[in-house]
Design a binder for this molecule. Sequence first.
Ligand code: TNX
Length: 551
Amino acid sequence: MTHARPLPQRRRPAALVLAAAAASVAACEPEPSPVIQLLPIPAEVRPQPADTFLISAETPVVVDSADAEAERIAGFLVDWVANRLEERPAILRDEPPQGPHLRLTRDPALDSLGEEGYTLTVDRDSVVIRSAAAAGLYYGVQTLRQLLPPAVEYTAAFPVPLTVPGIRVADTPRYPWRGAMLDVARHFFAPGEVKRFIDLMALHKLNRLHLHLSDDQGWRIEVPGWPNLTTIGGSTEVGGGPGGHYTAEEYADLIRYAAERYVTVVPEIDMPGHINAALASYPGLNCDGRAPELYTGTEVGFSALCTEKEITWTFLQDVIREVSAANPGPWFHVGGDEVPSLPEDVYAEFMRRVAGLVRENGKTMVAWDEVAANLPGSGTVVQLWRPAPWHAPGETPQDTARRRIASEQRSEVVGAQEAGARFILSPASRFYLDMKATPEQVLGLQWAGIPDLRDTYDWDPDTHMAVLRPESILGVEGPLWTETAGTLEDLEYLAFPRLAAIAEFGWSPRERRDWRHFRMRVGAQSARWIALGVNFRRSPLVPWESGPPDP
Ligand code: TNX
């Protein structure tokens, strides 16, 4: 199953209601050129209005003769256009023909754009995507997809003319780490739901899916030799629902599905805190030998591993080895957040030992903010979550920077940077997708703020994290914690449109980011989200589309 909901929902009353309000906000805004509706905005893009390309069932997609991966990528493109043509266009492994064609080709001369960079040229006779590596071809295809009519996202077989506006794009991402985190521990999400989330990530050129696989409320991945983790620890979730877990096969299938879309899964096993589900599964892991009850509430910070017990280290060795083996990607996220019950030195020693286990398994350690105070090894990736200060009305960005929220965080971060850390930016007040976007919203929390789309989009690390050198920023990530989100609809409502802002933050060059332009492009691409049935929040800040008309 690729989509949890097979039937796209074409129109939502909320869109129509808000469209009128948004239109009045939009009245004074410039219309973006119809071809620059791309999300994220490419590094360089030039419309060629005279050069429209028409795709028909006779238009082949040509790939280099030895390039099986390009052929696979071309398959995505052909699937979309085939939704709107009488027949499926052919994929040829050959030299381009004389007639109109689409072409995906590797070009070593484009090395300077990196593995994920590409060029896309649409003129009257051809559409050509070039890249030094396959990832770039994939992202070029995603850009081309966003230029196609949104109706290509429907599977119903009503033909529409498939015109592609003339354009020249040269593109490459700002950061290598462009992530979203999904908390499948507080509420469990089935493989099909995670796949749907991956599809939506890929559309926006996001490339890291951080899966928060364990927490107080649930343990979601099988570990050979420790069956209770899933049979007991995985048996519930927030609110007392049935929970669930991924079998080894399901997990491997998810990894594969993500990899096919150039998304690398970053597994997180949160330790030494956020660990009640494991403690409830094995009495021996507890200092007093007694298992606590399973937990279905939403408090944080009450559980911790018994760090001095030998069994704890046997457990951690097995878990880190097995979870590392199940994940081909180079990262292992060890959590490390919110453990007030452990003294600082015990915490630091624990993290140091864990860093050794992660290293032994050939992985790079990722951990939350708290690890910065005592960096357990150079090369550790620190995910900064503490809220960024709000830009108060009347304040200059420099004032805001001076009013930095926690000065000790600043010195910790400087220290960690000096010790060789790299950083992922996830400031809760801007990037936490589980925060409400308006006070009236039922879904979501608000401990870090109430960020609407503009709060997520319209800032720069330089204005509040001036201590970070650009080269120590690995990228950005939007965490979606699920204390309040139990369904795919909930996830989508919290994630969109804000995840698109994070995607643009991660992909587009700083000088191309512009709020007024962004909100128009979000509005324009929303017809595609509607075609895909995405349950996005109709923020009044955006001039929403009402979706493509029925054929
Ligand atoms: C903080 S920030 C947490 C999570 C919660 C989240 C809710 C961090 C590393 N931990 O345990 O789910 O807030 O917004």
